[in-house]
Ligand binder design. Structure first.
Ligand SMILES: C[S@@+](CC[C@H](N)C(=O)[O-])C[C@H]1O[C@@H](n2cnc3c(N)ncnc32)[C@H](O)[C@@H]1O
Ligand code: SF4
Length: 463
């Protein structure tokens, strides 16, 4: 196992060295057969897609009129590169010369690693409070560059608490001035900062509070907020005034379900299955638009990827699932035109046993071209691999100037070639799985590109 170090010298993450560099440059053995690429049948993809909510229909989102040409350019480039490689006529570096110059369509933006909570279940515990920061103006330059090259949506989240960043309001206003769609994931402790920017949010923008409980006792035990005044009720009381100020802003109550046997950060953690319905009542009462239930994730020992924290060998899986199902049924009774209960795809496929389908990825993960993580710890290829070294595309300001942006674009394409998703992501219930296979199929059947028309414009660019 390798370790990397932050700029301040601390160990950040343990990694396993799985990167295969063999596709850099011409193959050394001219007799070697080009690596076969996995292609699955169209039926297989359609079958998988039926389980996905529209929120996770990334294939449909990438076919929207405004991004379809971006997708086609990427596919055409892959076709050209693979043909050149198979004929031993092109190195990757040569292929990169004619690569498309698009930025990702969507990013997860970690504005800070600082956090004022100590959630026992936090999947990002290892990277919190690293005291590694952006230079604010360079961060804004990066966002401007990205937008100029096709960025359409930003989820402001962490590794850290977004509202703890002193430039939070400025970043939100900067993005909205460029007409970028925004989602914010917050722990809710500084709702005054959300209130301060509530006027700029538009219809498709959203704010999601990670509250995970139905009683203040459980809330505080799970999250360990620094301040005494920070109670579950107090946080929820901030929602009605914000909704009044901007009824278009969608506000969600996020509930990570933690059950008996869940472990992370080397410790047992507080269970909350029994409070799922109470939380839904609280959410509705305080004018949240929805409550979303998701399963607990943990980090893979293999490569630090985020993976669903359940194993079939756990004794209580069946009874836990039954309890969760009952709670969701109860919560659904509260649904009306202003309040929805959202069950994550992760949870649904976990329950119906199809989650293993989502762990068979093609070798090349194409989604890293369209969606990335920008963090003070660097640019990473996937939210599952925040701050994992084999997923690193560049430094935190890699998108700040035209030259460094070009390098980052090329690094992205290099990483697509060298990051073996079949191996790296074999334990991940990857919600991008169907989109990756769809793109892989287009690359292997480029004749389909001519027939590939735009889907309807859902004006949703979150990936
Ligand atoms: C790491 S937090 C950072 C953003 C912000 N500080 C917050 O708490 O919402 C991002 C999201 O990850 C979720 N999360 C944290 N630990 C998790 C885990 N073990 N499994 C699933 N989701 C988790 C949180 O509930 C939150 O919605
Ligand atoms: S295959 Fe899925 S989990 Fe793996 S890097 Fe790509 S998007 Fe992330």
């Amino acid at each position: 196992m390798e370790k990397i170090h932050s700029e301040s010298g601390e160990v950040l993450i343990k990694v396993s060295p799985l990167i295969n560099y063999s596709k850099f440059g011409l193959r050394s053995n001219p007799d070697a057969v080009p690596q076969p690429l996995h292609v699955k049948t169209a039926e297989h993809q359609v079958e998988k897609q039926t389980e996905l909510s529209p929120l996770h229909d990334f294939m449909g989102k990438l076919r929207q009129p405004e991004v379809l040409e971006n997708l086609k350019e990427y596919v055409r480039w892959q076709v050209q590169w693979r043909e050149g490689y198979a004929a031993d006529a092109m190195t990757l570096e040569q292929a990169l010369e004619s690569a498309p110059r698009h930025a990702p369509v969507s990013i997860n933006l970690d504005v800070t690693t600082a956090c004022n909570y100590r959630c026992d279940h936090c999947v990002d515990m290892d990277i919190l409070n690293k005291n590694i920061n952006y230079e604010h103006e360079l961060l804004k330059d990066s966002l401007t560059q990205l937008v100029n090259h096709g960025l359409r949506s930003v989820i402001i989240i962490g590794g850290g608490e977004p509202t703890a960043y002193k430039g939070f309001e400025d970043v939100v206003r900067h993005l909205k001035a460029m007409d970028v769609q925004i989602g914010v994931v917050t722990n809710g402790s500084m709702m005054r900062k959300i209130h301060a920017v509530a006027d700029v949010f538009q219809k498709r923008d959203w704010v999601r509070l990670s509250l995970d409980s139905g009683t203040n006792e459980t809330f505080r035990a799970m999250h360990k907020p620094g301040s005494k005044k920070c109670t579950l009720e107090w946080i929820c009381e901030h929602i009605p005034p914000i909704k009044q100020l901007n009824p278009e802003l969608m506000i969600g109550f996020s509930y990570i379900i933690v059950w008996q046997d869940c472990e992370t950060n080397d410790t047992g953690i507080i269970e909350n299955v029994d409070e799922m319905v109470a939380a839904a009542r609280l959410a509705k009462q305080h004018r949240f638009d929805y409550i979303s239930y998701k399963p607990f994730l943990t980090r893979s020992e293999l490569n630090n990827a985020e993976v669903v924290g359940i194993e079939k060998r756990q004794e209580h899986v069946a009874s836990t699932m039954a309890k969760i199902r009952n709670a969701i049924h109860e919560a659904q009774k509260l649904e009306d035109e202003n309040f929805a209960v959202v069950e994550s795809t992760n949870l649904r496929v976990l329950e119906n046993g199809t989650y293993m389908n989502y762990s068979q990825q093609p070798h090349n993960c194409h989604m890293q071209y369209f969606r990335q993580v920008v963090s003070p710890l660097g640019i990473f290829n996937c939210p599952v691999y925040r701050h994992v070294p084999q997923a690193l595309i560049g430094g935190k300001h890699a998108y700040a100037t035209p030259d460094s942006l070009l390098t980052a674009q090329r690094n992205t394409l290099r990483l697509i070639e060298t990051f073996d998703a079949t191996e790296e992501c074999k334990d991940v219930t990857c919600l991008y799985n169907h989109a990756n296979w769809f793109i892989e199929d287009l690359i292997n059947h480029p004749e389909k590109l001519d027939q590939l028309g735009a889907s309807f414009d859902r004006a949703d660019y979150f990936l």
